[in-house]
Design a binder for this molecule. Structure first.
Ligand code: 9MG
Length: 277
């Protein structure tokens, strides 16, 4: 058992867990605009919970390559009513996908159990806001910012560079009193990385794990799957599952996905086989 508490609930992170994606944005790359009314967000949450999601990740700012900046008030207005409604209706861990201090504070007040920040708490005020919530935090690596991050990103050695960056953010968290036991690390597949970078990171997830943290991966339907298979976004499920199965075998334990049921079933088999003597 490796229990981590997420507000009012805990998960055993020796087992795999699926985090269902709920984008409440008009422009996310794969499901943009589909869940931006409260009713449809609740229906999609219920579906993902019935299919076995352990966490629902609610985000109001698209981070796809080229995405435009969202004003704080707009993000607050998009995300907080959805978190409130999910927490009132369902017994589920809600993660808030945000980099914004006001959203972090508001989500924590409404019962969110995890802060998922693609900017690793680098935005002004985010580090202190997160520390005050006492919630776990997912720190993700991104090179550059969404608008320009795919413009020829370069690394000395991608796995080492990503690991060094994540450790620098762990140290920043510790400097404001956030315990290491509250941190989850994420290599940030597709964030300022081209195909060989993404493949190398996925092939060496164990190096991130060896830093001493639980690892989350988010690669669902992303460009790297399309690049390998030459398939459009709506045909990337099998490739996504293959890459997530590989990440599981190398130590990742939380999987951020659009398609919950196929992943819950695939991971149940993988973990069951692994535990048999
Ligand atoms: C919000 N978001 C989009 N992609 C992501 C990824 O790969 N990891 C995490 N933690 N969040 C993501």
């Amino acid at each position: 058992m490796s229990l981590m508490s997420f507000g009012d609930k805990s998960l055993d992170l020796s087992l795999p867990h699926v985090m269902g994606i709920l984008n409440v944005t008009p422009d996310s790359f794969s499901d943009g605009g589909v869940f931006n009314s409260l009713d449809s967000a609740l229906r999609q949450s219920e579906k993902m919970i019935q299919e076995g999601a352990s966490i629902i990740d609610v985000g109001g700012e698209s981070t796809r390559p080229g995405a435009v900046f969202v004003a704080t008030q707009q993000e607050v207005d998009r995300v907080l009513p959805v978190i409130d409604a999910i927490k009132r209706r369902f017994d589920i861990i809600v993660s808030v996908d945000t980099s914004t201090a006001e959203v972090i504070r508001g989500a924590a007040d409404l019962g969110a159990g995890l802060i998922n920040d693609v900017r690793s708490l680098e935005r002004e005020g985010a580090l202190l806001a997160a520390a005050k919530t006492h919630l776990p935090i997912c720190l993700m690596h991104m090179k550059g910012m969404p608008k320009t991050m795919q413009d020829a990103p370069e690394y000395v050695q991608v796995v080492d560079d990503v690991a060094d960056y994540l450790m620098s953010r762990v140290i920043a968290c510790e400097s404001v009193g956030i315990a290491r036991s509250h941190l989850i690390l994420d290599p940030g597949i597709g964030f300022g990385k081209v195909l060989p970078h993404n493949l190398s990171l996925l092939n060496h997830i164990e190096k991130i794990k060896k830093l001493g943290f639980n690892v989350l991966v988010g690669l669902s339907r992303k460009t790297m799957i399309g690049d390998v298979l030459n398939l459009p976004v709506e045909e990337r499920l099998y490739g996504t599952m293959g890459a997530n199965a590989s990440a599981y075998s190398k130590g990742a334990r939380i999987f951020r996905v659009h398609d919950v049921r196929p992943h819950v079933e695939m991971l149940a088999l993988m973990s069951r086989i692994e535990r048999e003597v």
